[in-house]
Design a protein around this ligand. Structure first.
Ligand code: HEM
Length: 498
């Protein structure tokens, strides 16, 4: 009996082993070089092992191949995924050859019929539906609506400073502070309500966003399974939003919309656009809630990541902080405030934000899907013909830290992004700065996110000396425990009143 059991186990083990490796010659057959994949783990062992961040795995492969190859054949577990090392090809994918790569690969993981709250998010949509929903959100983010929505932000900045002083100023968790700020500013700008983020009775907005984003274990397991057997996605796609979390946001939005309806004055802000568009286009409540959620899903953690890491960089580089302080003092009006238009005219502040977005970009990589055949040329002149459905990964973090493009890539040097040095555009046009992506799918909320970052950072730099707490590690390293961009060990700061 034991003998048969052993034979059965051996056969099963062999079958599983062959299942895990049978397509590992995919790139070889297409004449594309790449690292030898590990059974089960593919080319990125730390997706499972977590000894370093996935972004570092991408960077290791990028560094090894970039001088000899324009693209590398890799496997996300078992899924063949082409990693791009050449910035010109990156620019083609995002901009010039966009119509051949107009889908974000992540969209195929989501079933919009199961997840009404993400169903209208342009990031996961493709084809005509993407065009339709993107064109619905775009007018919500005109300069004048952002300006209107900005009205409460100076008060939120004051609440944040008060919170720091009351909390004790020392050993503050920078990411938590920034999440409180973005929860409050997004609630105010997009929902028109207060989230009390700087009080003990705050609305648990960021906690609920974390539940479906960074702490969504079930969805992470499903994503890994789909990496092992992509065929699953033809038959089954998992619900992304945990039910309790979905209920929390639906309830929050119902209350926000009722509250706005009870106000008897007009505000030409983001919420106003969503409400008017609902009436004109005869949308259901869930459709509008989904559009509203786009701001929270795409804007809450990303903006908080940029704010907290910019504070970290300013603490690490006191000379840069002094320069910023001087710009803030020069630009403030006679009440000491920085109005909306002024914030948009502060080059050093803008450069500081882009430089921290370079060092710790919330989008550490981007996955795209080939939607129409296209050809890439390799360094040796050979051609790769891409087919519809081929998956592509762009290692944004690696490109942002390549010393060929950025001297001393781990040093915070905002000067790189000043207009007199070519500005952000110079880097973006060369496919080496993708903090907000590029091309027709570029981040819809970019200007809105930037103004929030600018308001938060300038107000803190004006009120406090921002210093490194002893708990913060000085070396730049991504936290392997998180899938997001987070400084290893966290961002711990001390604030000393000026
Ligand atoms: C600092 C904060 C933010 C960062 C770093 C960021 C970054 C990005 C990146 C890298 C992309 C992918 C672009 C591409 O594939 O070319 C993206 C897409 C997107 N972002 Fe943002 N984002 C931020 C804030 C926001 C906010 C506040 C919103 C609110 C509306 C938003 C809405 C979107 C949407 C809707 C897309 C998908 C666009 C499409 O596929 O058409 N983002 N963002």
């Amino acid at each position: 009996m034991l003998y048969y059991l052993l034979i059965a186990l051996l056969v099963l083990g062999t079958l599983i082993y062959y299942f895990l490796i049978w397509n590992y010659d995919h790139w070889q057959k297409r004449n594309v070089c790449g690292p030898k994949p590990y059974p089960l783990l593919g080319s990125y062992p730390n997706l499972l092992l977590r000894r370093q961040h996935f972004g570092d795995d991408l960077q290791d492969i990028y560094k090894f191949y970039k001088t000899s190859q324009n693209y590398v054949g890799t496997y996300l577990m078992r899924t063949p995924t082409l990693l791009i090392t050449d910035p010109q090809i990156v620019h083609e994918i995002f901009v010039t050859a966009f119509k051949h790569f107009d889908d974000n690969d992540v969209g195929k993981l989501i079933d919009t019929s199961k997840d009404p709250l993400i169903a209208k998010n342009p990031f996961i949509l493709s084809g005509k539906e993407w065009i339709l929903q993107r064109s619905f959100v775009t007018p919500a983010l005109t300069s004048s609506r952002i300006k209107q929505s900005y009205q409460d932000i100076p008060e939120i900045c004051r609440e944040m400073a008060k919170f720091i002083i009351e909390y004790g100023c020392l050993g503050i968790n920078g990411k938590d502070l920034a999440l409180r700020f973005t929860s409050e500013s997004l609630s105010s700008c997009v929902l028109g309500i207060k989230a009390n983020s700087f009080t003990p009775s705050r609305l648990p907005i960021s906690e609920n966003v974390n539940k479906f984003a960074s702490e969504n274990v079930a969805f992470t397991i499903f994503t890994l399974l789909a990496g092992l057997a992509p065929e699953i996605l033809k038959y089954y796609r998992m619900k992304f939003f945990p039910k309790d979390c979905e209920n929390f946001f639906i309830d929050l939005m119902e209350r926000a919309y009722k509250y706005r309806a009870s106000e008897h004055f007009a505000r030409n802000d983001i919420l106003d656009h969503l409400i008017k568009a609902k009436e004109i286009e005869n949308l259901s409540n869930l459709d509008v809630y989904s559009h509203t959620m786009t701001f929270l899903i795409d804007g809450l953690d990303t903006t908080a990541t940029v704010i907290s890491h910019c504070l970290l960089m300013l603490a690490l580089e006191p000379l840069c902080q002094d320069k910023l302080f001087q710009e803030v003092c020069r630009s403030a009006d006679n009440k000491g405030d920085l109005p909306f238009t002024t914030l948009n005219e502060m080059p050093y502040l803008d450069a500081c934000i882009h430089e921290s977005l370079r060092i710790y970009p919330p989008g550490l990589w981007s996955t795209k899907c080939c939607t129409k055949p296209y050809q890439f040329r390799n360094k040796d002149g050979s051609i790769l013909s891409l087919q519809k459905g081929d998956s592509i990964i762009i290692p944004i973090y690696a490109l942002h830290h390549d010393e060929e493009y950025y001297a001393e890539p781990y040093k915070f040097k905002p000067e790189r992004f000043l207009i007199e040095n070519g500005g952000v555009k110079r880097f973006r046009d060369h496919g080496i700065f993708l903090g907000f992506g590029d091309g027709p799918r570029t981040c819809l909320g970019m200007r809105f996110a930037l103004i929030q970052c600018k308001a938060a950072i300038s107000s803190l730099a004006k009120t406090f000396h921002i210093k490194l707490n002893a708990k913060t590690r000085k070396e730049f390293k991504l936290d392997p425990k998180s899938f997001l961009a987070l400084h290893a060990g966290g961002v711990w700061l001390d604030f000393e009143r000026r």
